[in-house]
Ligand binder design. Structure first.
Ligand SMILES: Nc1ncnc2c1ncn2[C@@H]1O[C@H](COP(=O)(O)OP(=O)(O)OP(=O)(O)O)[C@@H](O)[C@H]1O
Ligand SMILES: [Mg+2]
Length: 222
């Protein structure tokens, strides 16, 4: 469903990505691993259309996303791609329910509809009794699950996560990882997860190993 072709990117003299080719299938859970500075975040941001490469293409089901104009790209991103970052980036003045509903309202959904969808996801994630709390009143694990709910509220085809469990203890980390696989089973989403967590990487369908801006190996169960 996602095809990455010959992606390169440099900052000044530093070649951060050097001819990346990668196909990601629908419904796959793929992890990207590698040492710090390998280019994982840069690649994920380019796959997520948040950053542009110097050369190469990214297509989603045949659609060349890098050739889209900014406004249509923003619309495409809002409805097709969900993001989960290492730190939750929830807005502190808003409740969990409002935070989760926000991308749906930005996408043009009516307030009631956005809240109904947000409520459903929050229930699914087992956070129902915390939904009126603000981020400061939630635990780290709850905040990160709320961030996952926010990423899912527009029912995106793809969820991109950059060290989503990096700030969690082992129990919450395990719970969050299980959630990704439950979501794939229940909603059929495709996941691309940058992680330093070997136990998570092992559970994924495929593991993309990166070093110095290149893919050095692809391992996994498929
Ligand atoms: N905006 C920028 N300007 C200059 N150099 C950058 C910029 N963003 C990233 N880099 C450099 O690009 C390289 C790859 O960075 P990237 O964030 O993709 O690595 P990473 O694999 O995600 O590392 P980590 O595991 O530490 O998160 C690094 O050497 C980084 O310093
Ligand atoms: Mg990174």
């Amino acid at each position: 469903m996602i095809k990455v072709r010959d992606i390169s990117k440099s900052y000044d003299n530093l070649k951060v990505l050097d001819g990346i080719n990668l196909d990601i299938n629908r419904g796959e859970v793929v992890s990207i691993v590698g040492p710090s500075g390998a280019g994982k975040t840069t690649l994920l941001q380019i796959i997520g259309t948040l950053d542009r490469p110097d050369s190469g293409t990214v297509t989603y089901e045949g659609e060349d996303v890098l050739s889209m104009k900014d406004r249509s790209l923003a619309r495409f991103r809002n409805s097709n791609i969900g993001f989960v970052f290492q730190f939750h980036h929830l807005l502190p003045e808003f409740t969990m329910l409002e935070n989760v509903a926000l991308p749906a309202m930005i996408g043009g959904k009516k307030r009631d509809e956005a809240f109904a969808m947000a409520r459903k996801l929050i229930d699914y994630l087992g956070l129902a009794d915390r939904r009126s709390h603000k981020p400061g009143e939630l635990s780290g694990g709850e905040r990160q699950r709320a961030a996952v709910a926010r990423a899912l509220v527009n029912n995106p085809r793809v969820v991109l996560a950059d060290e989503p469990s990096g700030s969690l203890d082992s129990h919450n980390r395990h719970e969050l990882h299980r959630l990704f696989f439950d979501l794939r089973r229940d909603m059929g989403q495709t996941f691309v997860i940058v992680t330093h967590d070997e136990s998570l990487a092992e559970e994924c369908d495929r593991v993309i190993h990166m070093r110095d801006g290149r893919i050095t190996d692809i391992t996994g169960r498929r």
